[in-house]
Design a protein around this ligand. Structure first.
Ligand code: XMP
Length: 515
């Protein structure tokens, strides 16, 4: 069974939900990939999809610069499912008419079935949906019929059974359309005839075979960070090529307390990885001495990492390949929100941007996966939950959490304080509920009393945020008791801290990190 046997193509017309559509399809066990709407027809034919989904988008189909797909898409004879803008475009191309709606619909709406077909099979006649449109279909193309309506939108769902073209004005991919996934399922299983062959276990097996074929008897190097993506790559490749995989893990001196030993022990004992641990803390801290500018800190750490990586990789004979944990959102070609698809491929480099001059060929076994699928793969590979659900941790580590300059003593203070935050966040069950939790060492000393002595010591800020993707974030409303316990413990147990404050700012306008 091959992942490529059943393929759905999502054409992106600048929708904020294109990735969500692909994920929903994959959740239904059918492989989906995304292309910008202006993808050449030859590329589409080469993919040979079994069904095409046209995404929504912010443009108006009647605008001169409205984004369009190749007109041949509608002549391929492949089932097509339009969503919002995608439906309007299909309607216009096939000879119907779209115009500005008298009443725009945003948010919740109720649709009523006009005529049942496969798309609405096994669904009630009245359904809650989520709308977001200012235009609507005025007249249907020949051969099309209305499947559902709302009180203000006479053609909320349309179909041409003969051409296997279907379209909805609402967004079935979002959670606010409770039965939306069932509609997509009906399209996939009842119209396209999919059998649901996209299974993680098959994908793992295929990837292993593909990596073996690509790599042959050469060696592969991987920069292990301890994070989810590089760890899953390491465990997967270890399964595929065993000792041909060489994982370089660098202690840059600004890791969390005990992290280096924990990671080394865990990977060697549990996963038997061929690990090259490099203790280079002093080297990094010497270079960072006296540096206060956050961007300079990042550059120094990135640069030093590359040098060490290169030194270590050179020692490995026949090291032709570099493995990276690049994910699908990093390789999707993007479409600008308004009209003109830009088709710029985002370049992404994990492990701080290993330069091309290293001359490796890339092995990126996760490049077709979304983050949640990477976690699923980790679980299927037998990795523990504690690893799969690790919080993101920045490459420059604690260096961007020690505001202003970094000294070994300040690293010690922050590591000790941060360790208490981690212990308490784990013990209270909040680790899985929040996006990130950590301590920040501020360049502020303030007065205090300990025993009968006046102290003049450091301030630690707690930063705990909730987020879905790190792009926006809200400060976590932790219980006062938990905040109090963390504060007490830090002040009592960490030498050099006499004040703890809680950061109650959201992103935007604040950022998650302090530097
Ligand atoms: P901000 O602070 O921009 O952070 O709200 C968003 C997410 O990115 C992480 N972050 C970094 N990750 N190198 C990284 O690998 C960096 O220089 C860096 N700066 C911020 C941050 O931890 C959060 O998850």
């Amino acid at each position: 069974m091959s992942t490529s046997e059943e393929r759905i193509l999502v054409l992106d017309f600048g929708s904020q939900y294109a990735q969500l559509i692909a994920r929903r399809v994959r959740e239904l066990n059918v492989f989906a990939q995304i292309l910008p709407c202006n993808a050449p027809i030859d590329q589409i034919k080469e993919i040979d999809p079994h069904g095409i989904i046209l995404s929504g988008g912010p443009a108006n189909v009647y605008a001169v610069d409205a984004p369009r797909c190749a007109s041949e898409v509608f002549e391929l004879g492949i089932p097509i499912f339009g969503i919002c803008y995608g439906t309007q475009l299909m309607c216009e191309v096939m000879g119907g008419k779209v115009q500005k709606a008298e009443s725009r619909e945003f948010g919740h709406a109720a649709i009523t079935a006009v005529e049942k077909n496969e798309i609405f099979a096994d669904l009630p006649d009245e359904l809650d949906v989520w709308m977001s449109h200012g235009d609507q279909i005025d007249s249907l193309p020949a051969g099309f019929k209305t499947l559902a309506k709302t009180s203000t939108c006479p053609h909320a769902a349309i179909a041409c059974d003969e051409k296997k073209m279907y379209g909805v004005q609402f967004h079935p991919e979002v959670a606010h359309t409770p039965r939306g996934k069932d509609m997509l399922k009906n399209f996939l299983y009842k119209v396209v005839g999919a059998r649901g062959e996209w299974q993680m276990s098959d994908f793992i097996e295929e990837t292993i075979q593909a990596v073996r074929a690509k790599v042959g008897d050469a060696n592969v190097v991987l920069g292990l960070s301890g994070g989810v993506d590089s760890s899953v790559v390491a465990v997967l490749l270890n399964k595929a090529i065993g000792k041909q995989l060489h994982c370089i893990f660098v202690d840059n001196g600004v890791l969390r307390k005990g992290e280096f030993d924990r990671v080394v022990k865990g990977y060697q004992e549990k996963f038997h990885l061929n690990l090259i641990p490099v203790q280079a803390g002093e080297r990094f801290l010497t270079k960072l001495a006296g540096v206060t500018d956050p961007e300079k800190k990042r550059k120094i750490i990135g640069h030093e990492f590359i040098e060490i990586f290169e030194e270590e990789a050179k020692k490995i004979p026949n090291a032709k390949f570099l493995a990276q944990g690049t994910l699908y959102p990093d390789v999707i070609e993007s479409v600008s929100a308004h009209g003109g698809p830009t088709a710029v491929i985002k370049s992404h480099h994990n492990v701080g941007g290993l330069p091309e001059k290293l001359g490796f060929e890339l092995v990126e076994p996760l490049r077709m996966l979304f983050k949640d699928e990477v976690r699923e793969m980790g679980a299927a590979l037998g990795m523990p939950e504690t690893l799969i659900w690790r919080h993101p941790f920045p490459g420059p580590g604690l260096a961007v959490r020690i505001v202003s300059d970094i000294t070994p003593e300040r690293v010690r203070v922050l590591q000790d304080a941060d360790d208490i935050v981690m212990q308490e966040i784990h013990a209270s069950g909040f680790y899985r509920k929040v996006w990130q939790a950590f301590a920040v060492l501020l360049p502020v000393t303030s007065v205090g009393v300990m025993g009968d002595e006046r102290t003049y010591e450091n301030t630690v800020a707690l930063r705990v945020v909730e987020s879905l993707d790190g792009m926006t974030a809200d400060w976590a409303h932790l219980p006062y008791e938990l905040l109090g316990r963390i504060s007490n413990r830090i002040i009592n147990e960490v030498r050099g801290v006499n004040r703890v404050v809680y950061d109650i700012s959201s992103k935007p306008p604040s950022t998650i990190e302090w530097e």
